[in-house]
Design a protein around this ligand. Structure first.
Ligand code: NAD
Length: 437
C-alpha cells in the first residue's frame, strides 16, 4: 500500500485518485475548490462520469479514499504526490502552467522524507524539469525527491474503464528508485500485463502531445475527405468503412462530422504548435489539422443558412451541448461557438442536453432557452442542429418533431441519421460528407 496525495479533483484527478484507491493504495485527494471538496465529502460527485460514483463510494467506505483542501497535511504524509491540476490554454495558444507551478511550490514546502512527485497534468516538454527546479528552490535542505512525468490518456465518458484498463502506462523518469515506486503504484495493471513504457522525462511529455495530435490529425483528415466526398459525389460512410479494414489505418477516429472539442485535443494541439513555433518550426501538418477542425463549425452554420437564409428572428434548437456524449464537459465544445454565432446573428436559440445544461447555465450564461426534453425544446423551431450524439438522440420520433416544430430543417453534425431516412420523414436534411453521385 502506497500513500498517495492527488492534487486536483477534476476529470483526471478524481478518477485517478479513486481508481488508485481501488488498486489498494491510501489516497488523499486535494482541491483548492472548497465547494467541490464539501460535495465529495457528502458523497456527491461534482462531475458527470459514468461509474465514478460507485468507485468513490466503495473506496471511501473502505477508508482508502479521503478528500481535503489541506494540501500541506496531505502532501507531508505522502510517498507519491500526483499533480493533476488544469493546464488551460494561455491567450497566445500556449499552456498556462500557473496551477502546476503553484502546486509544486506548495508541495516542496512540505517535503520531509523521500517523495516522488508525479506530473500527471498534460504540460509541454520541459515542465517536469521546471517542477524539479521549483521543488529544489523551495524544499527543506535535507528532503529528497524525484520528479516523474506520467501523462494520462483516459477519455471523459469512459474514464473509469480507461484508467483501469489502459493501453499502456507511460512513465518518464530518471531514477531507478522512482521507477520502482511508480511500478508499485501501478502494480495492479502491471500484473495484468499492461505495457509500462519507461522513457526520459521529455519523451513522456512528448508522447502525450504526439498521441493527441495524431488523433486530431486523423479526425481532421477524415473530415477533409468528407468535404471532398460532398464535392465529388462519394459517401464518407462507405469510404471510411472501406478504409478502416486496412490494419495500417484502423477503423477508429474515422467518423466525419463537426470535429473534435473538449479539454484536450484542441488545447494540446494548440500547445504543440506553440512549442514548435517557439523553436522556429511551423508544424504545418498539425497546424492544418487544427484549422480544419476549427472551420467545421462554420461549415455547419453554412449548411444551416443554406436552408434558413438569414437566421435573424428564426428559432434554432440545439440537440446537445457537451463536447461529446457521456460527459458534462463544455470546454471547447462546438456547441459553444454555434450558440454564440447564432445569438450574434439575432436568432432565438433553444437548447437541450441530458446532462450538460447545468454546467452551461453556470459557466456560459448565454441568453438561450432550455428545454426539459427534446420535444419541448423543438417546439416552434425552424431548424434543429444535432451537435452531440447522445444515445437518446439516435432514435428520435420525427413525426412528433414535425408536429411540434415550425420548420423542417435538420442539420446532423454527427452523421447519426441518413439522408434517405430523414427525407422519407419529410425533413430537409444536411449531414457531413454524404455527396450525391
Ligand atoms: P479540471 O479543470 O477538471 O480539474 C483541475 C482541478 O484542479 C480543479 O478542480 C481545480 O480546482 C484544481 N486545482 C487547481 N489548482 C490547485 C491547487 N493548487 N491545489 C489543489 N487543486 C487545484 O482538469 P482535468 O480535466 O482533470 O485536467 C487535468 C489535467 O489532465 C490537464 O493538464 C489536462 O490536460 C489533463 N488531461 C485531461 C483529460 C481529460 O479528459 N479531462 C485527459 C487526459 C489528460
Amino acid at each position: 500500500m502506497i500513500k498517495i496525495c492527488m492534487i486536483g479533483t477534476g476529470y483526471v484527478g478524481l478518477v485517478s485518485g479513486a481508481c488508485l484507491a481501488d488498486f489498494g493504495h491510501h489516497v488523499v485527494c486535494v482541491d483548492i475548490d472548497a465547494e467541490r471538496i464539501a460535495k465529495l465529502e457528502q458523497g456527491e460527485i461534482p462531475i458527470y462520469e459514468p461509474g465514478l460514483k460507485d468507485v468513490v463510494a466503495n473506496n471511501v467506505r473502505a477508508e482508502r479514499l479521503h478528500f481535503t483542501t489541506d494540501l500541506a497535511t496531505a502532501a507531508k504524509d505522502a510517498d507519491v504526490v500526483f499533480i493533476a491540476v488544469g493546464t488551460p490554454s494561455s491567450a497566445d495558444g500556449g499552456t498556462d502552467l500557473k496551477y502546476v507551478f503553484e502546486a509544486a511550490k506548495q508541495v516542496a514546502q512540505e517535503l520531509s522524507k523521500y517523495t516522488v512527485i508525479v506530473q500527471k497534468s498534460t504540460a509541454p516538454v520541459g515542465t517536469a524539469r521546471k517542477i524539479a527546479a521549483i521543488i529544489n528552490e523551495n524544499k527543506p535542505k535535507e528532503a529528497e525527491f524525484d520528479v516523474v512525468s506520467n501523462p494520462e490518456f483516459l477519455r471523459e465518458g469512459s474514464a473509469v474503464g480507461d484508467f483501469r484498463q489502459p493501453d499502456r502506462v507511460v512513465i518518464g523518469c530518471e531514477s531507478t528508485r522512482a521507477a520502482d515506486c511508480m511500478r508499485a503504484v501501478y502494480r495492479a495493471l502491471y500484473e495484468r500485463d499492461t505495457p509500462i513504457v519507461l522513457t526520459s522525462l521529455e519523451s513522456a511529455e512528448m508522447i502525450k502531445y504526439a498521441a493527441n495530435s495524431f488523433l486530431a490529425v486523423k479526425i481532421s483528415f477524415i473530415n477533409e475527405i468528407a468535404h471532398i466526398c460532398e464535392l465529388v459525389g462519394a459517401n464518407i460512410d462507405e469510404v471510411a468503412h472501406g478504409m478502416g479494414f486496412d490494419k495500417r489505418i484502423g477503423n477508429k477516429f474515422l467518423h466525419a462530422g463537426i470535429g473534435d472539442g473538449g479539454s484536450c485535443l484542441p488545447k494540446d494541439v494548440s500547445s504543440l504548435i506553440h512549442v514548435a513555433g517557439s523553436k522556429g518550426y511551423e508544424a504545418p501538418l498539425v497546424s492544418a489539422a487544427h484549422r480544419i477542425n476549427y472551420n467545421l463549425v462554420d461549415r455547419a452554420l453554412e449548411k444551416l443558412t443554406k436552408h434558413t437564409g438569414n437566421v435573424k428572428g428564426k428559432t434554432i434548437g440545439l440537440l446537445g451541448l457537451a463536447f461529446k456524449p457521456n460527459t458534462d464537459d463544455l470546454r471547447e465544445a462546438p456547441a459553444l461557438r454555434i450558440v454564440h454565432e447564432l445569438l450574434r446573428q439575432g436568432a432565438r436559440v433553444k437548447v437541450f442536453d441530458p446532462v450538460a445544461m447545468d454546467n452551461f447555465k453556470k459557466t456560459v450564461k448565454a441568453p438561450v432557452e432550455y428545454g426539459r426534453n427534446v420535444y419541448e425544446m423543438a417546439a416552434d423551431c425552424d431548424a434543429l442542429i444535432l451537435v452531440t450524439e447522445w444515445n437518446e438522440f439516435r432514435e428520435l420520433d420525427f413525426n412528433r418533431l414535425k408536429h411540434t416544430m415550425k420548420g423542417n430543417i435538420f442539420i446532423d453534425c454527427r452523421n447519426v441519421y441518413t439522408p434517405d431516412r430523414l427525407a422519407a420523414k419529410g425533413f430537409t436534411y444536411e449531414s457531413f460528407g454524404r455527396g450525391k453521385p
